[in-house]
Design a protein around this ligand. Structure first.
Ligand code: ADE
Ligand code: ZN
Length: 326
């Protein structure tokens, strides 16, 4: 319909994408051929990423990153993902960038990779009209000591591009509080904070993210929906959820779109936002997310416009940039 077409064309603000996770399979395959890396186990025969479920997804993700070996590789990756996002109507995007995949946590190596990603961001802004920022992320299943090296990289490079610190990885390993040192270091350096919580573990994990790490946004956070008191608390405190419904359905956190709690959370007054997480892995794009949300929950253009505004308000960029997003 005409209304649906208008919805899909709305300007979009995306707060939760993983830099490596946004790599198209053809891009990774091309680098694997150039560098003679055997990635046969990473791809299905149709060329898509091969995994079933969350932990196998993490392993395939990590295998794919082994072909990303130089700052130049990350510049090419950045241009590819920002062009693709812009073609979906994304005008502002925050990506998780990981020192673990960019020199292994060494600060001077990290600076070189980061410079390449900043070049990509500047060129993409000029050529595709998309503004972007980076959130340095640590990886939960790599443990608290490795996380400190990521936090140090973040603290040393806080600036126009790096404006946040976060954590992804396997939520079933360890606890949020194990990473308090790193999050405190990042906060003291002036970085804004988010962490993955409540994607796989229940409401208690979301409480701990807020109480133990003091984050203002939560990656996913959807399982908070199982605890009405927590839902009220999120609404009251204005905690922002970076919700990635297509990712949740693809990884089996929810059996289908109908079962996803995003609409319930929104109606309860929680600040919900919409992102793709790792779009090619989950066969999604921001347009697909909008299409599925409109079809599943009957959201109209006004709802999507509200969500884009809430997302812009929750962006980790400087105030002047934030005012200009929408
Ligand atoms: N890293 C990339 N995607 C992720 C996800 N959905 N959850 C946790 N860590 C991730
Ligand atoms: Zn994520």
């Amino acid at each position: 319909s005409e209304e649906l077409a208008a919805i899909l064309d709305l300007p979009k603000v995306e707060l939760h994408t993983h830099y490596e996770g946004a790599a198209p399979p053809a891009f990774i395959r091309g680098l694997a051929q150039e560098k003679k890396v055997d990635l046969s186990k990473v791809f299905n025969s149709d060329g898509s990423y091969a995994f079933e479920g969350f932990v196998p997804f993490l392993r395939v993700y990590e295998a794919a990153t082994t072909v990303l070996q130089t700052p130049e590789d990350f510049k090419r990756l950045g241009l590819a993902i920002l062009e693709e996002a812009a073609s979906n109507g994304v005008i502002y995007m925050e990506s998780f960038v990981s020192p673990d995949f960019c020199g292994g946590g060494d600060v001077s190596a990290w600076r070189e990779y980061l410079a390449a990603m900043v070049e990509a961001a500047d060129e993409a802004e000029r050529d595709f009209g998309i503004v972007s920022r980076g959130i340095v992320t640590c990886i939960r299943h790599e443990g608290p000591e490795q996380a400190k090296t990521a936090a140090l990289c973040a603290a040393e490079t806080v600036g126009d591009f790096i404006t946040g610190f976060g954590m992804g990885g396997d939520e079933n390993i360890g606890a949020q509080r194990d990473f308090k040192y790193s999050f405190d270091m990042a906060r003291e350096a002036g970085l804004r904070l988010t962490t993955h919580a409540g994607e796989w573990r229940g409401p208690q994990e979301v409480r701990e993210a807020i109480q133990d790490l003091g984050v203002e946004r939560v990656g996913h956070g959807v399982r908070a929906a199982e605890d009405p008191a927590l839902v009220d608390e999120l609404a009251e405190k204005g905690i922002v959820l970076e919700i990635c419904p297509g990712s949740n359905v693809a990884l089996g956190a929810y059996p289908d779109w109908k079962s996803h709690p995003i609409d319930m959370l929104r109606r309860a007054g929680v600040k919900v936002t919409v992102s793709t997480d790792d779009p090619p892995f989950f066969h999604t794009t921001m347009r697909d997310e909008y299409l599925n949300l409109a079809n599943t929950f009957g959201w109209d253009a006004a709802v999507f416009t509200d969500i884009a505004k809430a997302s812009a308000n929750a962006a980790f960029c400087d105030e002047a940039t934030r005012q200009n997003i929408l």
